[in-house]
Structure formats: structure tokens, C-alpha cells
Design a binder for this molecule. Sequence first.
Ligand code: GLN
Length: 490
Amino acid sequence: MSKLTHLTLTEARDGLSKGDFSARELTQAHVEAVEACRSLNAFITETPDKALDGADASDKRRSKGEAGVLEGIPLAIKDLFCTQDVLTTAGSHILDGFQPQYESTVSANLWAAGAVMLGKTNLDEFAMGSSNMTSYYGGVENPWRREGSNAPLVPGGSSGGSAAAVAARCAMGATGTDTGGSIRQPAAFCGVVGMKPTYGRCSRWGIVAFASSLDQAGPMTRGVRDAAIMLRGMAGHDPKDSTSVDTPVPDYEAAMNGDVRGLKVGIPKEYRIDGTPAEIDTVWQQGIEWLKAAGAEMVDISLPHTKYALPTYYIVAPAEASSNLARYDGVRYGLRVQGDTLDEMYEATRGEGFGAEVKRRILIGAYVLSAGYYDAYYNKARRIRTLIANDFKAAYEKVDVVLTPTAPSAAFGMGDKMDDPVAMYLNDVFTVPASLAGLPGISLPAGLSADGLPLGLQLLGQPFEEGTLLKVAEVLETAAEFDALPQIIS
Ligand code: GLN
């Protein structure tokens, strides 16, 4: 495999601007890497011709002195983002053959910044899941293996294809979306960096909706600086999304000065959960030591409503999903299964088009929103959501950022937990609270488990303080010196 695919996005940007190689050469190397990694099933659709045409156009722009912030960088796009004239599936049978006539704002922003599209990555169906096993297009394999074992592992989910593609050096970066952890948890499982920005930082327009009050797009990359560069290319106000916030996008790299002296880091006691493997605590403790050594101050904090976060999320998210997914009816686009009457056509289309996990969410969502149960479930969940957000507000009066593990385990086997939805939902225990509060979070690889799998640390921040998070994450990244490679490419 060509060395060009082993560069970080930052190194590639600098190499392109010095003229060490062209966007065409860089893209060609990645197109070949995508082909070489097909066994992972990380891509639903590969777009090599689009990639190479895009690279040529990029080289032309550069020769005219018109380079954008992601000029010539080959990226993969989670198949939840609508891409004009390119199959967009959301990992679901129900969107069979759907080729949007429009481009999502985030992907349009990336192309306007000069990036090049390699293809669309696999995901849990409608982004519902933590393993990438619920995709109609099949599970994705994590490029990592346990030491001494060849058993395939999940990449996490729902942005599992994006995480696997970045870890396997098929793409310099990829978009993800995070509703309750779908950027951060797969990033942790695959040993890459994943950032969920503040709710409203990136436009949701043209992203297939799961739970609209939680969904947020973000970058998945191999380095923290890479994430800063990519986020700058994705973010921004969009009048087409009324929840997108009209605040300027800073140059995140400018905030990354390596200086965390005096910064206050909250350590929430509720994130020490019985039954979490010791190595998760060890990596957390290691993160604490690294930040202390860099001059930051650790502060014990309490986020008392943490234990209600998962049940709250698994009411709010399905409620919104049941409403959002009502639009898939076999009439306007995607799959249609004929029936004798209109109602039968709806039933047959939705019955065949949705997988088991999506149906479970629609049923839960319809139940918690039903007339007799609305107050008992949905309204109560909304009130608890406010309490969870208030916990964070109170904590941020005392601290600048919060440090926690990203997930309660390393990657697990393909097929594990599939018969136990609650065990699957527990994957999100550390990521869901910040999602409910709309706060930014980043996961970065911090070490390896005893059997050689990546473990992630999570930093949570205050609204629109992505720059602070990136700065602290870079300090952790430097201390962690994480340079292990997944078996598939080492
Ligand atoms: N794993 C969580 C779920 O299944 C989160 C998914 C996501 O963030 N899209 O809902």
C-alpha cells in the first residue's frame, strides 16, 4: 500500500501545499486502499471516478492559487448524508435506489473547501445502533483484531464504516453523525479521533433524520489537528436548518497552543460504574496523570442525574425517530412493495423495508408518544433531560472541560450482544449524557487493552468551546503517543 495513505490529514494538507504530491496522486492511492480493504465492508458505495475527477479539479484550483482549507483531501461520507446523484441508503432497505437531487449542507461545505469524495460509508440502519450490525448492507469489520485471535470484531456504531475506513487508512477523514455516541464510540473502538460538535454547530440539512433534537455531524480522523481542520470545513450557519446556530466558525487550529496550565478538568464520580473493566479505569487514570503533568488541575465533580441519561435517551430518541421515519411510505422514493390497497402497500413496504432494530424503535417511540402514556414517558423524559443539562451547567461553573472514558469496553465480537438490546444500549452510557445536553465531545485513542485493542478517552466541553476541547485533546494525544496500527495494515 502506498505511503501516501499513511499520512495524517494535516501532513497531506502540508504536502499538497508544498507540491510534494498532487491531489490526483493522493486520491489515487486512497482509491486503491478502498479497493484493498473491501473485506471490511466499510463502504456501501465507492465513487472512484468522482474522486479522481474531483482531485483533478482540485489540482487545477491549486495551480490558480485558489486552495480551500481541505483542498485535495480525500474523504469518506457516512451514508446518512444526502449526496447529489449518488445512492444514499441510511443503511436501510427502505431507501433502495434513492439518489438525492440535492447535497447535504455539510458535504457541500466540504466540497466547497476543496475536499474529494471517495464514497459512502456503511452504518447502522438509520444510525440506530452501536455495532454497525443493523445495516441492511451487512456488518462492518473492525480493522483491529485481538492479539492471538482472528475473530472479527465490530467497529462500533453507528458511524462504523467511517471509523473503519479512517483506521484502515482508506480515507484521511470521514464524516460521522452522533445522536447518542455514534461518532465517539466507533472512534474509540477503531483507534481514531471522533468529535461531536455542539448541537447546532453543523447543519443537519440533508442528513437523513434520526432524532432531530440530538443529531449532529462531526469529523472522524486519525489525529486531533486533523479533526480541527475538518470541522472547520464542515461547520457553519445554515439558514436551511433552523437549529443551526449563527456564530462564526473559528480557526480551531489557532486555539491549539498546547498550553493547559491552570485549566480545570472535571472528573465526574458518576462515571465510575460497577462492572466496568479495570483497564477502562486505568486508561482514565492515565489521562488524569497526563493532564496533571501538563499543568491542568483535576476537580472532582458530580453529575447527579447521569444514571437517568440512558433511559431518558431511549425514550426521547425513539420518540423522535418514530415521527421522522413516518415519511417512508413507499410513495415518493425508495422501496415500494405493492399491496391491494394503499394501506396494504404502506404496511408491506414498511414491514419489508425496515430492519428489526428500527421497528423496535418505532414501536417504543409510538408507545411513549401515545395519548395515555405521553406524560408518563415522553414529557417526563424531557424534564429529566433538562436536569441532565443543568448538571453540566453547574459543573461548568467550576471546570473548563470534563474527562471520562468514551465507552465501557473495547470492541466486541461481531454478533455479540445482538440478542440483548439493553446490553447493546449500555455502550452509550458515557456518551449519551452530553448528547442530551447538546454539548461538544471528542474521543481520542489513549491506549491499548490487555489484548491489544484501542481504548478511547472522552473530553466534554461547554457549548461552542470546540477549540478548548481540541487543545486539551491534542495535549492528551501528544502524551499518549498512540502509534499502534490495526492488523489489517501492519
Ligand atoms: N447507539 C446509540 C443508538 O443506538 C447512538 C446512535 C447514534 O448516535 N446515532 O441510538
